[in-house]
Design a protein around this ligand. Sequence first.
Ligand SMILES: NC(=O)C1=CN([C@@H]2O[C@H](COP(=O)(O)OP(=O)(O)OC[C@H]3O[C@@H](n4cnc5c(N)ncnc54)[C@H](OP(=O)(O)O)[C@@H]3O)[C@@H](O)[C@H]2O)C=CC1
Ligand SMILES: O=C(CO)COP(=O)(O)O
Ligand SMILES: [Zn+2]
Length: 355
Amino acid sequence: MIPPREENSKWMQLPRDIVIGHGVIREVKNVCDDLKLGNNPLIVTGTHTKNIAGDIVYDILADAGVDPSVITVESATAEGVRRVEEVALYNNSNYLLGVGSGKSIDVAKLAATELDLPFISVPTAASHDGIVSSRASIHDGKRVTSVEANAPMAVIADTEVIANAPYRLLAAGCADIISNYTAVSDWELAYRLRNEPFSEYAAALSRMTAKIVLDSVDSIKPELESSVRIVVKALVSSGVAMSIAASSRPASGSEHMFSHALDMVAPKPALHGEQCGVGTIMMMYLHGGDWERIRNGLKKLHAPTTAAELGIEDKYILEALLLAHTIRPERYTILGSGLTPEAAERVAKITKVIE
Ligand SMILES: NC(=O)C1=CN([C@@H]2O[C@H](COP(=O)(O)OP(=O)(O)OC[C@H]3O[C@@H](n4cnc5c(N)ncnc54)[C@H](OP(=O)(O)O)[C@@H]3O)[C@@H](O)[C@H]2O)C=CC1
Ligand SMILES: O=C(CO)COP(=O)(O)O
Ligand SMILES: [Zn+2]
């Protein structure tokens, strides 16, 4: 059940078990036992990640006498969620495991929420903080909708598996965390101008997490498990900030609205974290903050800082900048009631996102 929102009361959902480390995927049965889950799980995995981790989870559970079923998802759509729910109901599944990247985790998370079943997140990449959060993003071909869901009961993040994922995914995860800087600035602005509910604890945790990652860019390298540990811990910490706030506010502001807008207008969007990173450079400029520090940090991480590096034409960057404020009108940000075309071009050019 998704917690109710009474004024003056707070219901935070946090994972109970968070297991991070080399080879911890092999703890999956122990985690399920710790949570006293049943004997009939459904593993929701992706077409690439099935071979990488889905099959390992299946074998561990099957060897331990559990009777798992498996379903593969190709995209995070409402249709995909419905298909998972049907298979779970047909198999009488008593919990779901999302084993893979963002889309498998989101589909499993939302299906589990709708079926009122426990959900365990087993990420194969550290590409964004959705691996631990209580939100799921669903795509309908034209737009992405972020919906409330139950937080995972457990997160099992195997640093060996994640270190073997394409480095691009890890750099995207770092950029998603660095974007907390502008998300928190937007939230503070909304608190000051609109008296929006604000949590100092969530904001401080979110900002500190972004600082740790930005301060660590020189230590974050491909195929290095110590780098993965830094990023996974940051993603967990950012997820906890969202749980404390009972909202994605601490980790999603104008830079995320820009990324969601790009998902709508760009023929071939880049990774979520990559787009948020580029959005953070521009939104930091609008906030009057140190956008060059953000840009330099992303460069050191080899994350995209320009439209060309995102593989997106300049005109879509400008279109997304003009659309961004309409994405979530109730979420006040530095974009206010929208940029003029001239202002959009100026911010994109000054920050070197477009030429
Ligand atoms: N819930 C939330 O709060 C959030 C949700 N999102 C959503 O998450 C999705 C993006 O997630 P993201 O992870 O960036 O991208 P994808 O889910 O699109 O995954 C990117 C690709 O990486 C592959 N992959 C993952 N792990 C490995 C690995 N270890 N080795 C090789 N390939 C691997 C995936 O394979 P495969 O095909 O098997 O999956 C997939 O092809 C979007 O739908 C976005 O809207 C984004 C931010 C927050
Ligand atoms: O991506 C997120 C935080 O990093 C979630 O934010 P949204 O609520 O914008 O989907
Ligand atoms: Zn994000």
